[in-house]
Design a protein around this ligand. Structure first.
Ligand code: SF4
Length: 201
């Protein structure tokens, strides 16, 4: 069959139009993903462990998670998960998972269970005390030039710095963008200058 240039272009356009259209369709709300597990309801979520952000499908029966697997429709992982993401089920059900604060006093050989309120108050107190004891308000800089003197002379000048070098902050890959933003805001408001992120190191 001999095709004109116009007819050829029409066929090519027809072939390429399909994926573009289906891409638009995918952007509209979709039903819960199908599951191989009978009677399970499915939900999509994002793995909380690292900044890769793999998509997952959670299967639930009677309010209990029965399976977590990679979401084949997710653009990042396309169904695959690393070993950590594959073991996410254990974050929901695992007898060995710690669910309370454990505290070991200096010199002690045993752990004590503590409340979250106790832990938060203690952390806050320790941060405040460390910051107050190690606060640098101003710092001298030797670059100021004294005018009207020959030859020109440098003189130390004080600058306000308001910082503490006694506390360091290390963010983890489990933090998302918004949490990192808030964490760095808090650190800087406290005058902390050693601010790092595990994923950058
Ligand atoms: S921990 Fe693994 S599964 Fe989870 S987001 Fe990171 S790479 Fe993906």
């Amino acid at each position: 069959m001999k095709l004109s240039r116009k007819e050829t272009l029409k066929i090519i356009r027809g072939k390429t139009a399909k994926p573009i259209t289906s891409g638009v369709d995918r952007a509209t709300p979709v039903a819960a993903p199908s599951t191989k597990i009978k009677n399970a309801q499915t939900f999509t979520t994002v793995c909380p462990y690292c900044a890769v952000g793999c998509g997952q499908i959670i299967s639930v029966i009677n309010g209990k998670i029965v399976n977590i697997e990679g979401d084949p429709e997710h653009p990042i992982n396309q169904g695959s998960l690393c070993t950590k993401g594959n073991a996410l089920y254990q974050i929901a059900y695992n007898d060995r998972r710690l669910t309370t604060v454990l505290y070991r006093a200096p010199g002690s050989d045993r752990w004590q269970k503590k409340s979250w309120d106790w832990a938060l108050s203690r952390i806050t107190r320790r941060i405040k005390d460390t910051r107050d004891k190690n606060w640098t308000e101003t710092e001298a800089d030797g670059t100021a030039v004294v005018s009207g003197v020959e030859p020109p002379k440098q003189q130390s000048q004080q600058f306000i710095v308001n910082r503490t070098e006694a506390i360091a902050c290390l963010g983890g890959a489990a933090l998302d963008n918004e949490e990192c933003y808030l964490y760095s805001k808090l650190a800087r408001a406290l005058g902390i200058v050693y601010l790092e992120h595990q994923a950058r190191i």
